[in-house]
Design a protein around this ligand. Structure first.
Ligand code: EPU
Length: 348
């Protein structure tokens, strides 16, 4: 059933008892009591002001690429479909580019490159939307979103008030932000990126350096880096359109330096990366592979054969199946290494 509730500033498209399978890249089966397609900020604000709004829980959904649905959702799912992208202003040291939260992230990255505004190329081919990028501070191949972030706009879902957030106000961390820690409190409507002038290539990540060397590119431009990242991701990561997944399923754990030293004594090949706070970040994919899970299935969910950090839906999986294999992996890695892995996606 679908109806268009006319609101000031545009229509709000509402669907009752909606199928969520097409809206989560894991392809998990679940339904929502109500699904709202958010296509205009003013329509959303009008909906927040309506008396029935405060009934039931709320879930803000972008591309659904970092989400594990563990069952049906009894409340309102807000599907963000706010569009638009533009150069907001040119500063001596940066281009400030703005995009609606519902724009596809990778299309947006390629569009900025085509316009000659480099800086996002290392984040090519990350699934999901522009609005979701700051929520988990996406990062890959030597770059995190926070390094290119200017500010964003968000609507408070309890009051309907639209406000801006600076980088400091977003409280970014590794795959973390104030929005990820307070789900359902704000809906991000637009994001502004700060793309540096002059541009400098970020090629320190081993995989990127290797790929560029293999292509005999010595002084890469932004498009070369984007192409290299796309090639690496296509090799290692499953395409959600073909094999359901939510990207990295676990965060790379940060441990104390002495814990890392203890592990290195028995596992000299353990990948580890020193952190500014003195800790060491370990490669969760390596720990999972050593624990014997790479390429192994448990029911309809598998640990991906080319990157152990990714769990895949081999067909018909539910959220409970995902939780089952995830708990088994966490238990095995903890028993073997004494390190507790934490999931990266949001569980609903
Ligand atoms: N490794 C293994 N076995 C595996 C996977 C990895 O031994 O099955 C080892 C690799 O050999 C390497 C190290 O682990 O020494 C790191 O592997 P990789 O470069 O593939 O990166 P990652 O740490 O596994 C992180 C991000 C990815 C991002 C890549 C590239 C997290 C949780 N994941 O993965 O992000 O694309 O780096 O920068 O930080 C995502 O967040 O959804 C995601 C895909």
């Amino acid at each position: 059933m679908s109806d268009n509730t006319a609101c000031a500033g545009g229509a709000l498209d509402v669907v009752d008892d909606a199928d969520l399978a097409p809206f989560n890249t894991f392809g998990l089966r679940a339904r929502a009591a109500r699904l709202v397609h958010v296509r205009a900020v003013a329509a959303l604000q009008a909906a927040v002001a309506a008396p029935h709004w405060h009934l039931g829980p709320r879930l803000v959904l972008g591309g659904g690429s970092n989400l594990v649905l563990t069952g049906d959702f009894p409340g309102t799912v807000l599907k963000v479909e706010l569009r638009g992208r533009r150069l907001l202003r040119t500063e001596p040291e940066a281009w400030i580019v703005e995009a609606g939260a519902g724009e596809n992230w990778h299309d947006f990255v390629r569009w900025t490159l085509a316009q000659g505004w480099a800086g996002l190329e290392n984040l090519s081919l990350i699934p999901g939307t522009v609005g979701a990028a700051p929520i988990q501070n996406i990062g890959a191949y030597g770059l995190e979103l926070v390094e290119r972030f200017d500010s964003l706009d968000a609507v408070a879902l309890d009051s309907g008030v639209l406000r801006s957030f600076s980088a400091a106000e977003c409280e970014f961390g590794y795959r973390d932000s104030v929005f990820k820690r307070n789900p359902g409190r704000w809906l991000v409507t637009a994001v502004r990126l700060r793309l540096p002038r002059p541009w400098q290539a970020v090629t320190r990540y081993a995989d990127v350096a290797r790929e560029l060397a293999a292509r005999a590119i010595e002084a890469p431009g932004a498009a070369d880096i984007s192409d290299a990242v796309v090639a690496i991701r296509r090799r290692k990561l499953p395409d959600p359109a073909v094999l359901g997944n939510a990207g990295s399923f676990f965060k790379n754990p940060v441990v104390a330096a002495d814990t890392c030293a203890r592990l290195l004594a028995t596992h000299s090949d353990l990948p580890h990366y020193p952190q500014p706070d003195g800790g060491e970040k370990l490669a969760a994919g390596w720990l999972i592979e050593q624990a014997g899970w790479k390429g192994r299935d448990r029911g309809p969910v598998g640990c991906y054969e080319r990157q152990a950090l990714v769990l895949v839906n081999r067909g018909g999986a539910t959220g409970a199946d995902v939780q089952g294999i995830a708990q088994a992996i966490v238990a095995d890695v903890e028993a073997r290494f004494g390190v507790r892995l934490e999931p990266e996606p949001v569980f609903v």
